[in-house]
Design a protein around this ligand. Structure first.
Ligand SMILES: CC(C)=CCC/C(C)=C/COP(=O)(O)O
Length: 260
């Protein structure tokens, strides 16, 4: 809101011109109704009277805009307060090694490495089918997160110490959290494809949430990066289920690869 003040003063300093007064009123109505700024202005005077688009937008923030700005402010405030392990000097700095261990548990390398190793060791067709689909899911996750990060380009919190191991260049951006997408997708994958006793199922769900929380506590992410990461990972699993490759199809795919 503070940013808008000079613009408001600018508008207030030009009230003598009916051109500007008229345009301002038209903008208020047009913007709040979601209309284009020049819609309905058949005369040249109408369009010439408009303030530059950016000025108009800032003068008349929509309700949605205000709500988003407030959410963002709450997000930044909460993330800063929860970033208690961001450095060794932070209030919970001594818990940083544990948080970093949790970080490793959700990193792409151990997940992909572990899946490849299990695939190599597996001797049942059913096991190989599940593991190959998990591998494809993990690759899909890296691609989708990379695309969204490079589109949104949200910077990591200022209190983050960038000491993560094995990152891609897009990982300088924070939205969404790749650990959160992987944890949510991997968690759903395990719950659906492994026969686990109830305590272990609870442990999987707990691990997903702890990975997400650790991202904020380490100062790597804002809360919204993690929440949206969870949602994205959850949906990614549905996509994986939808595109599930049966062992017969995988066999055909492997044969195709062999012919090439
Ligand atoms: C090198 C490989 C295979 C994966 C990179 C995994 C990684 C470092 C993701 C970033 O996660 P956040 O977005 O949660 O910080």
């Amino acid at each position: 809101m503070a940013l808008n003040r000079p613009l408001m003063q600018k508008a207030a300093s030009e009230p003598s011109s009916p051109r500007h007064r008229g345009a301002g009123a038209a903008q208020l109505d047009g913007h709040s109704l979601g209309l284009r700024r020049d819609s309905g202005s058949s005369s040249g005077a109408g369009s010439a009277a408009c303030l530059p688009e950016e000025d108009c937008m800032k003068l008349n923030p929509s309700l949605l805009g205000i709500a988003l700005r407030s959410l963002l402010a709450i997000d930044l405030w909460m993330s800063k307060r929860l970033g208690v392990c961001a450095t060794e000097e932070s209030s919970w700095g001594s818990a940083r090694p544990i948080m970093k261990l949790i970080e490793v548990s959700g990193h792409g390398l151990p997940w992909i490495g572990g899946t490849l190793y299990s695939l190599y060791k597996s001797d049942s067709a059913a096991g190989q089918e599940v593991l190959l689909n998990l591998l494809l899911a993990l690759i899909l996750d890296l691609i989708l997160v990379g695309i969204v990060k490079s589109l949104v380009r949200r910077r990591r919190p200022t209190h983050n110490k960038m000491d993560m191991f094995a990152t891609f260049s897009v990982d300088r951006f924070s939205f969404p959290s790749g650990h959160a997408t992987r944890a949510a997708m991997g968690g759903r994958f395990f719950l659906n494809h492994l026969v686990l006793a109830v305590p272990l199922r609870i442990l999987v769900v707990l691990w997903v949430f702890i990975v997400g929380l650790s991202r904020v506590m380490l100062g790597r992410h804002n809360v919204t990066d993690v929440v949206c990461g969870f949602i994205m990972g959850y949906l990614q699993y549905s996509l994986v289920e939808y595109m599930w490759l049966s062992s017969a199809n995988l066999q055909r795919l492997l044969e195709l690869c062999r012919f090439k």
